[in-house]
Ligand binder design. Structure first.
Ligand code: HEC
Ligand code: HEC
Ligand code: HEC
Ligand code: HEC
Length: 314
């Protein structure tokens, strides 16, 4: 009897040990799956950072996992914030923190576009659904809207801030000028001044010597003729060189050689490439009158001299 019991106990014990080991292995595998991702490490670091800057409760409440801003009505599923965790903490975290935990730069313009309503990709481009750096920034297969990074902008002689204005103008197209769009605002002036509408139809107005430009940004770059284009064969380069000297790119064109300065051609190109067919609901299209008013210096406030103690350049 005693012998039998003992053998049962040893058997149970053996099973217990086996099950415990299996359990530990499973837990380890789960952790590995979670934290071997590109974002796992950032999510371990982030609560420590919050704690360090005094947000102990938020640090404790932080839950690891894929995070997203989901806005079905504009087709946004932006998981950028799975890594860019500090984005809405600009009032707590310093701007010196390295990407991707760095808080988003904050100013009046950004404040007008709540992250919960606009997500990230409407301004930045990129593949919102991806959870790897390369996938999100460059886009995977079949993705033609890369993120407008510093590197991509530099390739085209622009800064990221300037290139992003192409996307600002998706929505701000009908503003005469918009605060924060210093690159495209002059292009809108130039387009009028050089009377491009003499030969081009834009939104049902203009002449028909040249092709319609209303949705110029949707043009398929594969249909462009690059024979006379210097450098990379991008739609951006085609436009910059064509605007500077149309006859060099399209030898028998009726379009004049405007001989624009490089920065003027780049600005006009950004504007032309922003002219795309949109499916944003009306609440995503800003009122041009509000932008016009915002461009005026406020009539009530008299300019206050900068106190000498405040450093001017930051
Ligand atoms: C898997 C993590 C991860 C995801 C997802 C991610 N990023 Fe990043 N992001 C990073 C890291 C790391 C950096 C800094 C290093 C670098 O530029 O690759 C960065 C840098 C950036 C920068 C600065 C770019 C530059 O050229 O200096 C921008 C802008 C940016 N990300 C936007 C986005 C947007 C928009 C999305 C979503 C479409 C996104 N990121 C998704 C990790 C991520
Ligand atoms: C209204 C447009 C807009 C939206 C929405 C937006 N951004 Fe930005 N973002 C900008 C602009 C403009 C800059 C500044 C570029 C510059 O000055 O070089 C910027 C800068 C950045 C940078 C670089 C930060 C730096 O200091 O250089 C990152 C990273 C970034 N954004 C990520 C995001 C993420 C993630 C989201 C979504 C949660 C987002 N952005 C939403 C317009 C936007
Ligand atoms: C005198 C008439 C004329 C004027 C003025 C004119 N264009 Fe053109 N434009 C043309 C013709 C013709 C073409 C087609 C041949 C070619 O590609 O050059 C063309 C082509 C273009 C294209 C390529 C469009 C496409 O889809 O193939 C763009 C972009 C363009 N013009 C922009 C402008 C801008 C911006 C201005 C004002 C700064 C302007 N044009 C002024 C005649 C004109
Ligand atoms: C997806 C569409 C969209 C994009 C992209 C966008 N905006 Fe806006 N913007 C709006 C809407 C809608 C408002 C009005 C918001 C409100 O007042 O509630 C607005 C408001 C503004 C305002 C306040 C004045 C006004 O016109 O109402 C400024 C300035 C502004 N945006 C600049 C920018 C800049 C700069 C960018 C690019 C970095 C940008 N916007 C990108 C839709 C957009």
């Amino acid at each position: 009897m005693a012998d039998k019991n003992e053998s049962f106990e040893t058997k149970d014990f053996g099973w217990m040990v086996a099950m415990s080991i299996l359990f530990l292995v499973l837990v380890a595998v789960c952790f590995w799956l979670e934290f071997s991702t590109e974002w796992g490490g950032y999510q371990l670091e982030f609560p420590q950072l919050l704690g360090h800057y005094g947000k102990v409760e938020d640090a404790r409440d932080f839950q690891a996992g894929i995070k997203q801003i989901w806005i079905p009505k504009i087709g946004v599923t932006d998981r950028c914030i799975t890594c860019h965790l500090g984005y809405e903490w600009s009032s707590v975290l310093p701007a010196t923190i390295a990407e991707p935990l760095k808080p988003h730069p904050m100013n009046d313009m950004i404040a007008k576009h709540e992250f919960a309503k606009f997500g990230c990709t409407p301004c930045h481009g990129g593949d919102g659904a991806a959870t790897t750096i390369a996938g999100a920034h460059q886009g995977g297969t079949g993705w033609e809207d890369p993120m407008l990074s510093n590197a991509l902008a530099a390739q085209n002689g622009l800064t990221m801030n300037e290139m992003i204005q192409m996307r600002c103008n998706f929505c701000h197209r009908h503003d005469v000028a918009t605060p924060g769009m210093d690159e495209i605002n002059p292009a809108k002036v130039l387009f009028k001044k050089k009377k491009c509408l003499l030969c081009h139809v834009v939104e049902a107005r203009g002449g028909t010597t040249g092709p319609e430009l209303t949705y110029e940004g949707d043009r398929n770059p594969e249909l462009l003729i690059f024979t006379h284009v210097q450098g990379e064969h991008t739609m951006f380069n085609w436009n910059v060189q064509h605007l500077t000297k149309a006859s060099a790119v399209s030898p028998s064109t009726a379009m004049p050689d405007f001989n624009f300065k490089p920065e003027e051609s780049r600005a006009l190109t950004l504007m032309l490439m922003s002219w795309r067919r949109l499916s944003y609901p009306p609440e995503y299209i800003p009122d041009p009158e509000v932008a016009a008013a915002a461009m005026q210096p406020s009539p009530t406030s008299t300019p206050t001299p900068t106190p000498s103690a405040t450093p001017v350049a930051r």
